[in-house]
Write a protein that binds this ligand. Structure first.
Ligand SMILES: Nc1ncnc2c1ncn2[C@@H]1O[C@H](COP(=O)(O)OP(=O)(O)OP(=O)(O)O)[C@@H](O)[C@H]1O
Ligand SMILES: [Mg+2]
Length: 364
C-alpha cells in the first residue's frame, strides 16, 4: 500500500490531505507545509514504451525527498519532465506552483538542476564555470562575486577556485556542479544521482555538503540515488520507483515498519539440505526467507531472538554447519525487496557501470 499522505486526490499514492491549490506554509515535518513540487498522474511514453507510468506525489517545502530505484526505473525521466527538459505525455507537474507545461520559464527560475552526467566545461576553471552560470541566470554583477565566494566555501572548493576543471577528481567535480546549480539561489534543487561513481568518502562529503547547504538557505531537495544507506539517513521521505511506477512512498522509518518483520537474520550454512529454505520459513516469527546464493539466507522475522535460537537449534539438530550469522534491524534493502520482489543490489550489478566523462590530457 502506497502511503503518500500528501498526495493529490485520486492519486496512485494514497489519500489527500494537501492537494493542489493548498498554500499553507511550514517546514518539512509540517503536514500543512506548502508543496514545492506537485506531480499528478504524470506519464512519459517513448513510442509504445511507458518510461513513467501514472506517478503522483507531492514534495513539501524544505523537504529532502529521495527517488530510489534501479537502473531504468524512470528516475531521470521524472526529473527531466519536472525540470522542463522533456515534454510530458500526460498528467501535470507544478514547480513552486507553476505548471511546467504552461509556464516553463517561471518553473525554471525557481529551480537548480544537477543532471546525472557531469556537464561543467573542462577547459575552464572552477570560478569561470560558476561565473558563466551566474551570468546565464542574470545574477547581478555586484552580487556575483559574493555568491560565488559563499558557494565555494560551502562546497569546500575555495582554494581550488583557479584550478582547471579537467584536473579535478570526480568528487570535486560533483561539488563544483552542486555549487553551479545553486548560483542563482533557487528554491528547489534537483539532483540526479550526485554520488554515483564516487568513493565512499566522497559520497559522504557530498551528502554532508547538501545537509550543510540546507542549514544555510531555504531549499527543497529532490534527489535520486541508488544508495539505500544514504537515502535512509538523509531523506525526509522516499519514493521507490520501479518500472516507471511508484511502488512505495513514506518516511524511512514508516517504510521499514511497513515490511512484515522487524529483524533480518543473515546466515550462511555449509551442507544445508534441499528443503532448508522451507524449514527456515517454519521457524517462529519468520515472515519471509530469501536464498541469496552461496548458501546465504536472509530471514525476515518479527522476533529476532526467538528465531535466531530456533535457527541455531535446527542447524545443530540437522548437522548443518553455520558459517556466519548476523541479526540486524530491517533496512531499506528489505523494503525494496518487499515492494518489488527483487534486490536493488542485484539490479545494480546487472547494470552498466558509471563511466566518468573523459579528462582531456589524461587520456591514453
Ligand atoms: N529518449 C529515450 N528514448 C527511449 N527510451 C528512453 C529514453 N530515455 C529513457 N528511456 C527509457 O526509459 C526508461 C527509464 O529511463 P531513466 O533514464 O529515466 O531511468 P533511471 O531510473 O534514471 O535509470 P538510471 O538509474 O540508469 O539512471 C529506461 O528503460 C530507458 O531506456
Ligand atoms: Mg537516471
Amino acid at each position: 500500500m502506497i502511503t503518500d499522505r500528501n498526495a493529490p486526490s485520486g492519486s496512485s499514492a494514497g489519500a489527500p490531505t494537501n492537494g493542489p491549490g493548498s498554500n499553507g506554509h511550514g517546514s518539512a515535518g509540517d503536514p500543512n507545509a506548502f508543496n514545492a513540487i506537485q506531480v499528478e498522474h504524470i506519464v512519459k511514453k517513448y513510442g509504445d514504451f511507458t518510461a513513467v507510468d501514472d506517478v503522483s506525489f507531492n514534495v513539501k517545502e524544505e523537504e529532502i525527498f529521495g527517488l530510489l530505484g534501479p537502473n531504468g526505473a524512470g528516475k531521470s525521466t521524472l526529473i527531466r519532465m519536472m525540470t522542463t527538459l522533456i515534454p510530458i505525455t500526460a498528467g501535470t507537474a507544478r514547480i513552486a506552483g507553476h505548471d511546467v507545461q504552461k509556464d516553463p520559464d517561471a518553473a525554471r527560475r525557481a529551480i537548480g538542476v544537477i543532471p546525472q552526467a557531469l556537464t561543467s566545461d573542462l577547459d575552464l576553471t572552477i570560478e569561470e564555470n560558476l561565473n558563466i552560470y551566474a551570468k546565464l541566470y542574470d545574477v547581478p554583477s555586484k552580487k556575483r562575486k559574493a555568491a560565488i565566494d559563499e558557494l565555494l566555501e560551502l562546497v569546500d572548493l575555495t582554494k581550488w577556485r583557479s584550478a582547471q576543471t579537467k584536473t579535478l577528481s570526480g568528487g570535486m567535480r560533483r561539488r563544483l556542479e552542486i555549487a553551479r546549480g545553486l548560483v542563482h539561489s533557487p528554491r528547489i534543487f534537483f539532483l540526479d544521482e550526485p554520488t554515483t561513481g564516487l568513493d565512499p568518502v566522497s559520497r559522504v562529503a557530498v551528502w554532508e555538503m547538501l545537509t550543510s547547504i540546507k542549514s544555510h538557505r531555504k531549499l527543497t531537495i529532490l534527489i535520486t540515488t541508488h544508495y539505500m544507506d544514504e537515502a535512509d539517513r538523509l531523506c525526509d521521505r522516499i519514493a521507490i520507483v520501479d518500472h516507471g511506477k511508484l511502488v512505495a512512498l513514506d518516511t524511512p522509518p514508516a517504510l521499514k515498519a511497513s515490511v512484515p518483520g522487524s529483524n533480518v537474520i543473515e546466515a550462511q550454512f555449509d551442507n544445508a539440505p534441499a528443503d532448508w529454505e522451507d524449514r527456515l520459513k517454519k521457524l517462529n516469527g519468520v515472515t519471509s526467507v530469501q536464498h541469496e546464493g552461496a548458501s546465504m539466507y536472509r530471514v525476515l522475522t518479527g522476533d529476532g531472538s526467538r528465531t535466531t535460537t530456533e535457527l541455531v537449534e535446527a542447524a545443530v539438530h540437522s548437522g548443518v554447519k553455520i558459517r556466519s550469522l548476523s541479526v540486524q534491524n530491517t533496512t531499506l534493502d528489505d523494503v525494496f525487496v518487499h515492494y518489488t520482489g527483487r534486490q536493488l543490489r542485484d539490479e545494480l550489478v546487472k547494470a552498466h557501470a558509471f563511466v566518468m566523462p573523459p579528462r582531456p590530457g589524461l587520456q591514453p
